[in-house]
Design a protein around this ligand. Structure first.
Ligand code: AMP
Length: 194
């Protein structure tokens, strides 16, 4: 059985989405704090990002935020996180987020969330890592993404086995149980960043 200690959550920096998305971010944060699972995320205090970070902190959990210097002002780096790592650029940010995490969860979000999702999936496709990726389909938000991947497979731009690079769950309650069922994967955390 896999044991997730550090979970990376990719999600929107907007707070203008549906209430159900806000609730999902808060609920996942509460569940992670209860399970003593560390949150690794983009380090902002706005949007779903801020909601999940606050929920983990309120539950007494640990939050590692990773933000590039230039976004620290724009996204207003969350000053209350357990640890804020400021990187030189976006590439370094995404690399560190991936390095410090045992698994990845995608909540609703925009273009940045999509970029992060596809990057972590393409790295997995290229066998650069073998960590679980869970897409949380809150209110069917990610159905167009699933349809797009199916279309790529139908049209031979992706292979049928690529559909297994990620798993879809219907809600945040399923995240930790789904991860617990997944096979063993690498769990060491880069000491230099912690
Ligand atoms: P969004 O889903 O667009 O609200 O963005 C969510 C997160 O992705 C935020 O932390 C953004 O800093 C980050 N982000 C935004 N644009 C990009 C991009 N082009 N590449 C990578 N990450 C991004």
């Amino acid at each position: 059985m896999a044991q997730v200690r550090s979970l990376c959550v990719y999600c929107g920096s907007s707070a203008r989405g549906r209430d159900s998305h806000h609730q999902a971010a808060r609920q996942l944060g509460r569940l992670m704090a209860e399970a003593r699972v560390r949150l690794v995320y983009g380090g902002g205090r706005i949007g779903l990002m801020g909601l999940i970070a606050d929920a983990v902190l309120q539950g007494g959990g640990e939050v590692v935020g990773i933000i590039p210097r230039f976004l620290d002002q724009v996204e207003v780096g969350h000053s209350g996180v357990s640890r804020l790592i400021v990187t030189e650029n976006m590439h370094e940010r995404k690399e560190k987020m991936a390095e410090l995490s045992d698994a990845f969860v995608i909540l609703p979000g925009g273009l940045g969330t999509l970029d992060e999702t596809f990057e972590i999936l393409t790295w997995k496709q290229l066998q650069l890592h073998d960590k679980p990726v869970l897409v949380v389909d809150v209110d069917g938000y990610w159905q167009p993404l699933v349809d797009l991947v199916d279309r790529m497979i139908e049209e031979n731009y992706a292979k049928p086995e690529h559909r297994a690079l990620f798993r879809i769950v219907a809600g945040v309650d399923e995240v930790l149980p789904a991860l617990a069922e997944m096979p063993e994967f690498r769990t060491e955390i880069e000491a230099k960043w912690m």
